[in-house]
Design a binder for this molecule. Structure first.
Ligand SMILES: Nc1ncnc2c1ncn2[C@@H]1O[C@H](COP(=O)(O)OP(=O)(O)OP(=O)(O)O)[C@@H](O)[C@H]1O
Length: 659
């Protein structure tokens, strides 16, 4: 059902839109003279349409038989037709018809197309496959034919015309919205919204839809022009509006009938159609360019970083030593809040076989402790977090094991109950501070939404609580900050806001998925200190997922080292870092620079982490790890490269292989 669009711009993506705040947008539009002229023309047509009875010298159906087919005169600036009706007045009233039909049909197209595209893009899978095939079929039909059919069935009239044109364009909107939603749903702010416990409806319409405002504005402008074209075409063919309603297409049809004797009559409606359609298209193009323009590079010099890395490390080391002793004693006393028992996760390949992504992971986290989940890229850290949150990606499923939160098995819970758990008892903060936040909502709105969802507070109380939370995470001037958008926050401040949103539901466990990796070292240190402070004040457990041994050493009480979907070693920080028992842990530690180690060249781990599906079956460290002498020899079979190592509570030796 697509109608070819003359010069239709590609819809700008929300990501591009994110780069432009309202002021930046206006700044860019000001430098696009063609867009400004188009906007003035569109505005002019809209004003003429709105005030047609005041502006037109005559009513559109006023006849003057003394001035039939009059050329332009002082009384009739554009002349008259065969009944002596004033052409200028008809043109002005026809502008009103054009704007009403165009606006109405774009509204109808959006009402049908936007929810359809949102659902296909957000749900994906079968919804998307079936819906997309439906859109393909609709695309194969010429749009104007759809108009003919609707009008043939329902008859002629303004509302029917609006519905027919809206139907023609609805699938264009659906296609654009679906494509953008497919990208948006993978973004971290959508994941954050889901983790914060919002329902699918709230996420789709509250989070994703506002991000489509830019592309929809562009599409809307272009399709307003196209709707005017289609209305004119149908009226020209005598299928649009009834003859007593003035329309540019109807005027053209009349002019065509009298073309031989009065060739100039076609000029006024023709020019009106061309100028208006062109203005809408250029306006759409201009908005698109302004939305997707690159953010101007800021030339502000960055403040010199006064603290050297060594000074930061030294300062932290002193406070850490005291802190560690205090926390270690407290943690040992505390009870287990999260218990992962034999969690296995697999990816279903279309061919049928299942590829393991997590293999029999056992992990416990105590109340108030900070557990570091360490491992190279692809080792399965994020997948473990997702399995814990019950948010596995499409095609990936839990194959076995249990996730116990305070003794309750989350894997047996319904989707609805899990949504209530996420954001209230389990929370997560992702890596990129800005991507954690929706670019089109104020920080206040992003904080109050989960607060209201979980605590059922009034708007006013939720705002007061949001202000408290911002203060808690160290944001100043909170009332002003609540009304600001994420792009007005620095990286560190945005991450504080993301943490405030995560702790809004007073979670028992906060997962930081590389939450400080994108920050500079000073800001990283401040955010980590904040997390340590919060866990002491709120008593929550923290799982810090990271590649960074420094972060683990400074922040965590215990560490679990992951490799190829398994935990290969876990234990207290001092034990694992000072006396690694698994060769992979030892290699990882050796590859990390240390301030007290003077080496020309750091050792590296040769090879690469095997991809999922390529994991070795046997233990490749047989006889080489400290643990082998203690436990592996107890294995019931002779230990060879093809034999899996025995698993124990504290150390699992399995398939770590790097050559
Ligand atoms: N959506 C997905 N579908 C299928 N496989 C996936 C998906 N996401 C990750 N994987 C696979 O699961 C394995 C573990 O990936 P995961 O993202 O958990 O690693 P990670 O340790 O968190 O890595 P990084 O530090 O780079 O985030 C990898 O082999 C990866 O290719």
């Amino acid at each position: 059902m697509t109608v070819p669009t003359v010069g239709a711009p590609a819809a700008s993506s929300p990501t591009a839109r994110q780069a432009a705040g309202p002021r930046q947008l206006w700044g860019r539009l000001r430098h696009q003279p063609l867009t400004l002229v188009s906007a003035i023309v569109v505005l002019g047509v809209a004003v003429v349409a709105a005030f047609a009875p005041l502006l037109a010298p005559y009513a559109p159906d006023d006849t003057d038989f003394t001035a039939v087919f009059s050329p332009p005169t002082a009384d009739h600036l554009l002349g008259t037709d065969d009944l002596g009706r004033d052409i200028l007045s008809q043109l002005i009233f026809a502008a009103r018809t054009a704007m009403v039909v165009a606006g109405g049909s774009v509204l109808v197209a959006m009402l049908i197309g936007v929810p359809f595209g949102l659902i296909l893009g957000y749900k994906g899978g079968w919804y998307d496959r079936i819906g997309s095939r439906g859109m393909d079929v609709a695309d194969a039909l010429p749009g104007i034919m759809i108009g003919f059919v609707v009008i043939a069935i329902l008859g002629r009239g303004m509302l029917i015309l609006i519905f027919a044109i809206g139907l023609i364009f609805s699938m264009n909107f659906a296609r654009v919205v679906r494509a953008i939603t497919l990208t948006e749903r993978k973004k971290l702010y959508v994941e954050s919204a889901r983790v914060s416990g919002l329902s699918h409806r709230q996420v789709i319409f509250g989070q994703v839809l506002p991000n489509l405002a830019g592309p929809l504005a562009v599409q809307g402008a272009v399709f307003l022009g196209n709707a005017i074209k289609v209305e004119a075409a149908l009226s020209f063919l005598g299928l649009g509006l009834p003859d007593d309603q003035p329309s540019w297409g109807g005027m053209l049809r009349f002019a065509a009938e009298h073309q031989a004797d009065h060739p100039l009559m076609a000029i006024p409606p023709g020019v009106a159609i061309v100028v208006t359609v062109l203005a809408f298209n250029l306006l759409g193009d201009g908005i698109n360019d302004a939305l997707s323009g690159r953010r101007r590079t800021r030339r502000k010099a960055r403040k010199a970083q006064r603290l050297t890395l060594a000074a930061v490390e030294a300062a932290r080391a002193t406070s850490r030593a005291e802190h560690d002793a205090r926390v270690a004693a407290a943690v040992a006393e505390r009870d287990v809040v999260l218990d992962l028992r034999g969690v296995s996760v697999a990816l279903d390949r279309p061919a049928g076989e299942a590829v393991p992504l997590l293999d029999d992971v056992h992990l416990t986290v105590r109340r108030g402790e900070v557990l570091g989940l360490l491992g190279e890229s692809g080792s399965g850290k994020s997948m473990l977090a997702r399995a814990t949150l019950g948010m596995l990606p499409a095609g990936v499923r839990l194959e076995g094991g249990r996730v116990l939160l305070d003794g309750t098995d989350l894997t047996a819970m319904s989707d609805k109950r899990m949504r209530a758990i996420r954001g209230s008892r389990l929370a997560v903060v992702f890596q990129n501070p800005q991507s954690n936040l929706s670019p089109v909502h104020t920080v206040g709105r992003q904080l109050t939404d989960p607060i209201r969802a979980h605590h059922g507070m009034s708007k006013r109380d939720a705002r007061a609580r949001a202000a408290e939370l911002l203060e808690l995470v160290g944001v100043d001037d909170v009332q002003r900050r609540l009304d600001q958008y994420p792009h007005e926050f620095s990286g560190g401040m945005a991450q504080r806001v993301a943490i405030a949103i995560a702790i809004a539901g007073d979670p028992d466990v906060l997962i930081l998925d590389e939450a400080t990796s994108a920050l500079d070292v000073t800001t990283q240190s401040q955010v980590l200190d904040l997390v340590l402070d919060l866990r002491e004040r709120l008593g929550m457990a923290v799982i810090a997922i990271t590649h960074d041994l420094g972060v683990v050493a400074e922040t965590c009480d215990r560490v679990a080292v992951m490799y190829a979907g398994q935990i290969v070693e876990k234990g207290a920080i001092d034990a694992v870092f000072d006396r690694p028992r698994h060769p992979y842990t030892a290699a990882l530690l050796a590859a990390h620079p240390a301030i007290d180690r003077d080496v020309d060249r750091l050792p590296t781990i040769p090879g690469r982490v095997p991809l999922a599906g390529e994991w070795p079956l046997g233990c490749h460290f047989a006889g080489r790890c400290a643990f082998a002498t203690e436990r592996c020899l107890e294995a019931p079979v002779a230990l060879t490269e093809d034999v899996r190592c025995v698993r124990t509570d504290e150390v699992v030796l399995e398939g770590a292989h790097h050559d």
